[in-house]
Design a protein around this ligand. Structure first.
Ligand code: GLN
Length: 474
């Protein structure tokens, strides 16, 4: 079976009787098997997906199928599906079964999309290379010696290697956009609160967002319009009306676009990425858009602000995994303290332990003001400065990542080098703004380059319409 670029094409062929949901599921299951060495899935729901496909095929025949019939999707191992395992790629939740289904998943299922499996990721979403997973690293399908990106690496590679049509990932500081860039696909982090977080394992709650991986802008828009919206079970979810994004993809309007001079001048930027972004800027100008450079002197503060705030939140969020209520319990226990200590030491991986300790430190009474309060203030300044740019411009464009996918193991000794991979993605996260990564070419080794486009809050529709003209064929 050919690999389909969009759900539209799939649904057309279903209507013409050329394919069925069952044949699609079989196709993806066979790809998952062929590419098992990429380590993208931690669990595949083979028989359930096939059974569901039969049901949806009947519904299609009887003309009562939902609008996503024919869509086969996967979910990151941080998103709940009732009565199925969920582990956050951590030993601490090994064999834990979810008692709820995430709202986003529920909404996709209600529209007859079919869930094919659970995808590998960095432990609780902490990482930029998918090397912090209990299940081992995910490999980039274009070059298996390279990382997939993280933390939603399995979800990105599943799209890259055609193991499903859509993946739901999570993005706290870039975990959808960064692996999308490394794998040459489309990755959206919507506005904070646009998609309910109900059923998402918390990493840093004031940043966490479910995000969407796809091959096309069209599919991303179609999925967002189904899963976005108010949910009584997530008090932070927005009640703003959800537009029909997929109906608003045509936009020829000349836009005002800003790019951050500091981002293009930073030494950390790989030269081919700089060239690719400069080419985009010239193309946009030639197409009649206004493109201007703006200053963003706060760029150096973005990463420290992000890592102080998220480690603080993670130390609090992960305190629930204590060996008592759920998850791994150590057998080397003599009293309550050793139960907590040994269960957590054995259950969490090195990166999670490091961040919990760092977060506990920045929240401790003596250092709270010096770190946490200061970082909150810096967050506000970064948000205000970013929003100011977006009050004058329609979009900010910035590389998604400073480098293309790096070698597995290359940065494992130096966490700072890995944290640098988030240099350009955390700005939108700190500010709660929607941002999309699209592929715009390759480096000299053929590895994909991502362009990131940031818009004002709730302007996902505008983001899609603008990006559709820039994307380069995957
Ligand atoms: N790489 C970043 C981190 O480790 C972002 C992760 C994410 O967005 N979940 O925090």
């Amino acid at each position: 079976m050919k690999s389909y670029h969009t759900l539209d094409e799939i649904q057309k062929d279903i209507r013409l009787g050329k394919i069925s949901c069952k044949a699609l599921v079989e196709h993806y299951l066979s790809n998952i098997k062929v590419h098992s060495d990429l380590n993208a899935f931690v669990e595949v729901y083979s028989s359930e997906a096939l059974q569901r496909a039969d049901i949806v095929d009947v519904r299609i025949k009887e003309n009562r199928a939902g609008k996503l019939a024919g869509l086969i999707f996967g979910i990151k191992d941080l998103i709940c599906f009732q009565d199925h395992k969920i582990s956050g790629a951590s030993k601490i939740l090994q064999n834990f079964e979810s008692q709820i289904t995430a709202t986003a998943v529920e909404k996709l299922l209600q529209e007859d999309a079919i869930l094919i499996g659970r995808q590998n990721c960095d432990e609780f979403g902490m990482g930029s290379s998918n090397e912090n997973s209990y299940y081992g690293p995910v490999k980039n399908a274009l070059d298996q010696s390279k990382v997939a990106g993280g933390s939603s690496g399995g979800s990105a590679v599943a799209i890259q290697a055609d193991m499903c049509q859509i993946s739901l990932g999570t993005d706290t500081g870039g975990s959808v956009r960064q692996p999308a860039a490394f794998c040459g696909i489309v990755g959206l982090k919507p506005t904070y609160s646009r998609i309910s977080r109900w059923g998402l394992l918390a990493y840093a709650s004031s940043f966490d967002s479910i995000g969407i991986f796809s091959k096309s802008i069209e599919d991303n828009a179609r999925v967002l319009e189904v899963i976005a919206g108010k949910d009584e079970r997530d008090g932070t979810s927005s009640s703003k009306t959800v537009p029909a994004y997929s109906q608003e993809l045509e936009s020829k309007k000349p836009f005002k676009v800003a790019y951050l001079r500091e981002a293009l001048e930073t030494e950390a930027l790989q030269p081919e990425i700089k060239t690719a972004i400069e080419t985009q800027i010239s193309n946009l100008k030639a197409a009649g858009h206004t493109v201007e450079s703006v200053e963003f002197p706060l760029l150096d503060y973005i990463l420290p602000t992000y890592y102080i705030l998220t480690t603080a939140e993670v130390s609090s969020n992960l305190s629930r995994y204590d060996g008592v209520r759920y998850g791994h319990r150590s057998s080397a226990v003599s009293d309550l303290e050793s139960l907590y200590k040994n269960s957590r030491t054995e259950g969490f991986g090195a990166e999670a332990r490091k961040r919990i300790m760092l977060g506990t430190f920045v929240l401790s009474a003596d250092y709270y003001d010096a770190y946490f309060t200061k970082a909150q203030k810096a967050r506000k300044l970064i948000k205000v400065a970013t929003e100011k740019i977006l009050s004058e411009y329609d979009f900010i464009i910035i590389p998604t990542t400073p480098t293309t996918a790096f070698k597995l193991g290359e940065h494992t000794k130096s966490p700072i080098e890995v944290y640098m991979a988030d240099l350009f993605t955390v700005q939108a996260s700190i500010s709660g703004l929607p941002a999309l990564s699209i592929p715009v070419g390759n480096d000299d080794n053929g590895m994909p380059i991502g362009l990131q486009i940031i818009a004002a809050a709730f302007e996902e529709g505008k983001l899609f319409a603008f990006s559709k003209n820039l994307i380069q064929t995957i």
